[in-house]
Design a protein around this ligand. Structure first.
Ligand SMILES: NC(=O)c1ccc[n+]([C@@H]2O[C@H](COP(=O)([O-])OP(=O)(O)OC[C@H]3O[C@@H](n4cnc5c(N)ncnc54)[C@H](O)[C@@H]3O)[C@@H](O)[C@H]2O)c1
Length: 255
């Protein structure tokens, strides 16, 4: 699919990788409706994208809410005059060990259901809703060509302290595979990318010593850049013989 002239939704577009995907797609000539919950961030990215070849329009939407995602897809399609896909990027982290014994008191601390559910709601249900609402819209409007790209993580292999996050990121890879089968007949392809540590606001706030420790086991000895993640997203959109698969972009790191 040609990116130039295409129309995409990007979720979580006000920061980090979502901001990059939004602005890079527009730079490459796509019209983009991005959503986020951060109103100031939405305004900032809209301003950054104002002079790009493609349109950059921000929408307020919580991807974990069914009615809001339905409305986002309807509004984006109406404003852009159609849709060719969605980049399911919005994600959060609420880390914690499954159980932990306090060394001094012996008290057992559990990963709370609240933390579990918060991550599942945004990182897994949010991807499900984005894909479902885009696909339903496409079917009502004559089918593809369309592409659903979802952002997984190297943590999908199981990263200690991330039961919730690892489950969501593995789950979306499984859905990407099965949706590739289910949606091919309608001209809709799917793909996921699984980034390793990437330079976004989350990592920028980390102390240098901690960052150094993190990159030590990475064969390429550095963190990834959001532009490098965009190259993988672009490959999935561009290559019409790609569906149902995940691309690892992690500098060769094995967890
Ligand atoms: N940064 C990394 O090292 C890394 C590595 C692997 C995967 N990822 C994944 O990449 C994606 C982007 O991460 P990032 O590092 O750019 O994070 P980020 O925190 O910079 O950006 C995430 C954006 O999503 C938005 N968001 C959060 N909850 C939302 C919701 N319910 N509805 C709509 N928007 C919401 C936030 O407001 C924020 O703007 C996430 O899915 C993350 O899990 C990140």
């Amino acid at each position: 699919m040609d990116i130039k002239g295409s129309k995409f939704i990007v979720t979580g577009g006000a920061s980090g990788m979502g901001r990059q995907f939004t602005l890079s797609l527009a730079r490459d000539g796509a019209d983009v409706a991005f959503c986020d919950m951060n109103q100031d961030g939405i305004k900032a990215v809209e301003a950054e994208g104002a002079e790009l070849p493609g349109k950059v329009l921000g929408f307020l939407c919580d991807v974990s809410k069914e009615d809001q995602v339905h409305q986002l897809v309807a509004d984006a399609a109406a404003t852009l005059g159609g849709l060719n896909g969605i980049i399911n990027n919005a994600g959060i982290i609420r880390d914690g060990l499954l159980v932990r014994k306090d060394r001094e008191t012996g008290a057992i601390k559990k990963l709370s259901l609240k933390k579990w559910q918060a991550v599942i709601d945004v990182n897994l249900t949010g991807v499900f809703l984005g894909a479902r609402e885009y696909a339903a819209w496409a079917l009502e409007n004559g089918g593809g060509p369309g592409v659903i790209v979802s952002i997984s993580s190297i943590s999908r292999h199981g990263n200690m302290g991330q039961s919730n996050y690892s489950a969501a990121k593995a789950g979306l890879v499984a859905m990407t595979k099965l949706w590739g089968g289910e949606l091919a007949r309608y001209g809709i392809r799917t793909g996921a990318i699984a980034p390793g540590f990437t330079r976004t606001p989350i990592l920028e706030g980390m102390p240098p010593a901690m960052l150094e420790k993190m990159v030590k086991p990475v064969p390429l000895r550095r963190i990834g850049e959001p532009e490098e993640m965009y190259k993988a997203v672009k490959f999935i959109i561009d290559n019409d013989y790609f569906t149902g698969r995940v691309i690892d972009v992690d500098g060769g790191l094995v967890l």
